[in-house]
Write a protein that binds this ligand. Structure first.
Ligand code: NAD
Length: 278
């Protein structure tokens, strides 16, 4: 756990909510409380703390809203739906959240993010940052692409596509694809196949691979056409992709380290296993 420098001024808080009735109720309560408190200043501009209200999807949106300010922002999530993996508080725990934010000393828990560069045939380069994962797929035909890890031409992939996830994203799409769960403090990426073709003629490694921070992944499509690239909850379509590169970014996502930011293994158990005694 590290600490963000907190000066004597009021803490700038941005409240981001989805449109659900329950989320709006939580947002109104937080607005009303912080408006009256001289230690807090409500502002969507240059916040110190971003409170996202909704679920993991809302937290992803909040991350992308403030992805250029990751150095100075800490996030905390309130979930109003059934399952929230990185949303620490339930809607009925808002009083606890307020109490914990009043006692906050700037402590944070940081997790790595993924940096992505997409190079097109015409020389354009698009850059993006992911909290969970980036995927590349070729929808209308088999995707054929070379996978290069640290300049080693590792395999020629054939199938639907490939996913590169952060440790945080290892419990999201990556898990559905059969990838491993990584503790989010581990500085590593995970490369996971999406329906690879494996037979006597075509071969891929088949299992997901954990790639350390120092290594760089490159995916080089071998066929012309339209590729679908997703970055968390956003999807883009690019024509004639030359290569997509992935590595662990220099910026982390920082969460407010409140007592409600529970153990990762507790979260995994809660989300995927449930109560052992039931
Ligand atoms: P969403 O918000 O409905 O999220 C889909 C599900 O993923 C939800 O149940 C959410 O709680 C869960 N989730 C999101 N991030 C998680 C994480 N880090 N750990 C554990 N669970 C997590 O849908 P969206 O707004 O489109 O969100 C995009 C995310 O959905 C993507 O980043 C991707 O990881 C995930 N996704 C999953 C699948 C799949 O499992 N087959 C397919 C597409 C996208």
């Amino acid at each position: 756990m590290t600490q963000m420098n907190i000066t004597g001024r009021a803490t700038r808080v941005a409240i981001i909510s989805n449109n659900k009735y329950q989320s709006k109720r939580v947002a109104s309560k937080l607005f009303a409380t912080f408006k009256e408190d001289k230690d807090f200043y409500l502002s969507k501009k240059n916040p110190d703390i971003v409170i996202s209200i909704g679920g993991d999807g809302m937290l992803l949106s909040a991350f992308h809203m403030y992805e250029k300010e990751l150095d100075r922002v800490r996030f905390v999530g309130v979930h109003t739906g059934h399952l929230g993996f990185y949303t620490d508080y339930r809607d009925f725990e808002v009083d606890k959240l307020i109490e914990n934010l009043r006692a906050d000393k700037g402590e944070m828990i940081s997790y790595p993010t993924l940096k992505v560069h997409i190079t097109l045939e015409d020389g354009r380069i698009f850059t993006a940052r992911a909290f969970n994962e980036a995927t590349i797929k070729r929808i209308e035909k088999t995707m054929v692409a070379d996978v290069i890890i640290n300049k080693v031409k590792f395999e020629r992939f054939r199938g639907d596509g490939l996913s590169v996830s952060t440790p945080t994203g290892s419990t999201a799409y990556n898990k559905s694809l059969g990838g491993a769960i990584l503790h989010p403090t581990m500085e590593a990426l995970q490369l996971t196949e999406i329906s690879s073709i494996n037979n006597r003629v075509y071969r891929t490694v088949g299992s997901s691979m954990i790639i350390p921070k120092k290594d760089h992944i490159e995916i080089v499509p071998k066929r012309q056409g339209v590729y679908t690239v997703s970055i968390d909850n956003k999807t883009m379509h690019y024509k004639n992709v030359v290569k997509v590169e992935y590595w662990i970014g220099s910026k982390t996502i920082n969460f407010v380290a409140t007592p409600f930011h529970t153990s990762f293994w507790e979260r995994v158990k809660d989300a995927f296993i449930g109560d052992l005694d039931s």
